[in-house]
Design a protein around this ligand. Structure first.
Ligand SMILES: [Zn+2]
Length: 75
């Protein structure tokens, strides 16, 4: 059975819902606030595939490190 991930537009909660047909998808409601104003997300595996394929840009490069230097804070 396909397991889809949804995100509530109201409270931002994400949850998973078994969806067998369009009626199930339409009936998906947020378990936190109970609202049906939810958005179906791509599955985690699909997202992993996309990032593995290389969306480009975000990985590596200019990270202005915050924890790199020796900050001797004590006096
Ligand atoms: Zn909600």
């Amino acid at each position: 059975m396909p397991l889809y991930e949804f995100r509530c537009r109201i409270c931002g909660n994400t949850f998973e819902e078994l969806v067998r047909n369009s009626a199930d998808e339409a009936g998906a409601a947020c378990p936190v606030c109970g609202d049906k104003d939810v958005q179906r997300l791509l599955s985690a595996s699909a997202l992993g595939f996309v990032s593995a394929a290389g969306a480009g840009g975000s990985a590596g490069g200019s990270s202005s490190g915050g924890c790199g230097g020796g900050h001797g804070g004590f006096t």
